[in-house]
Design a protein around this ligand. Structure first.
Ligand code: F6P
Length: 321
């Protein structure tokens, strides 16, 4: 069993990362490890930004957004030289196991370090819900609830003015935030990168059909990966005569106090990660699959194809007519 472990957060931050750090630190100390917190992800590791944590270092953070360890995207960690240097720094600091909270890119770094003799365990932390091996990623629920709240407010003003509001939510390659938020706000159309669409049949016709039954305000939810909300609003206005506005929600979705679901998932995944390192097991990603916390080999996890919930998409279309 290794005696010292470390934890870092990497890539885009997500609400609930703090809860995961807290769980790793508390479970680690409880099981007899010395636990280090590494600031600013792999970038901080390469700069030796490493601090020993104690039980009270993680007090009062379970309900806070952001990450007290800070985060960064690190290009150097994508190179063999950077990976070698990171492994040597871990060895020189007696870090014998590492928990990496982040997304796919962060897990590639964790796999490289595992191959260089530092057992690493990844925890899916990203608002996008785009880790194929896991049905859930930490931050997704909070981000969607924030988006829902914001679109509800936009709907109020769209309704007062009989307008159409086109709203962009985050998700470059993954439409899960758009899909689930779109359902929750009763969007007329939801455009995601996973499903090809035709503006006439999937947006304009749906607006006309709803208008013919008396609807006067419309919400179109668009994933970031589809983009173009300003142009789309102009197009809708031109084609339908309905005054239209565009809103990009942006980084508001990445902040805020995590929901119960995110705190719970983060805590369960954090403890599971320590459990693996205690058994000397590395090169794994923690996942939530079929209502259970499980783990996968990192390469197996990275190679899994992501499946978009087409059924839920059909549900959205049928419920919003
Ligand atoms: O991966 C999380 C995410 O918020 C994506 O939804 C978005 O495309 C990206 O990060 C934005 O990154 P940045 O904070 O670097 O602008």
């Amino acid at each position: 069993m290794c005696k010292s472990i470390a934890v870092l957060t990497s890539g885009g931050d997500a609400p609930g990362m703090n809860a995961a750090v807290r769980a790793v630190v508390r479970a680690g100390i409880h099981r007899g490890f010395k636990v280090y917190g590494i600031s600013r992800g792999y970038h901080g590791l390469l700069k030796r930004e490493v601090t020993e944590m104690n039980l009270r270092s993680v007090s009062d953070i379970i309900g806070r957004g952001g990450t007290l360890l800070y985060t960064a995207r690190c290009r150097a960690m994508m190179t063999p030289e950077g990976q070698q240097q990171a492994a040597e720094i871990c060895k020189s600091l007696d870090i014998e196991g590492l928990v990496v909270i982040g997304g796919d890119g962060s897990f590639k770094g964790a796999r490289a370090l595992s191959n260089l003799g530092i057992p690493c365990v990844g925890i899916p932390g990203t608002i996008d819900n785009d880790i194929a091996c896991s049905d859930y990623t930490i931050g997704f629920d909070t981000a969607m609830n924030t988006a829902m709240e914001m679109v509800d407010k936009i709907r109020d003003t769209a309704q007062s003015h009989d307008r159409c509001s086109v709203v962009e939510v985050m998700g470059r390659r993954c439409g899960d935030i758009a899909l689930q938020t779109g359902i929750a706000v009763g969007a007329t159309s939801i455009l995601v990168p996973e499903v090809p669409f035709d503006l006439e049949s999937d947006v304009i016709s749906r607006i006309y059909e709803q208008k013919s039954t008396g609807k006067k305000h419309f919400i179109i939810v668009v994933a970031e990966g589809v983009g173009g909300v300003e142009d789309l609003a102009k197009y809708i206005e031109k084609r339908t005569g309905i005054e239209s506005r565009a809103t990009v929600l942006g980084h508001v979705q990445r902040g805020g106090s995590p929901t119960l679901r995110d705190r719970l998932m983060a805590t369960a995944m954090g403890v599971e990660a320590v459990d693996l390192l205690e058994k000397g097991i590395g090169n794994r990603v923690i996942a939530y699959k079929d209502s259970k916390i499980v783990n996968f080999d990192i390469t197996e996890a990275l190679d899994m194809p992501r499946e978009f919930d087409r059924h839920l998409y059909e549900v959205a279309l049928e419920a919003s007519i």
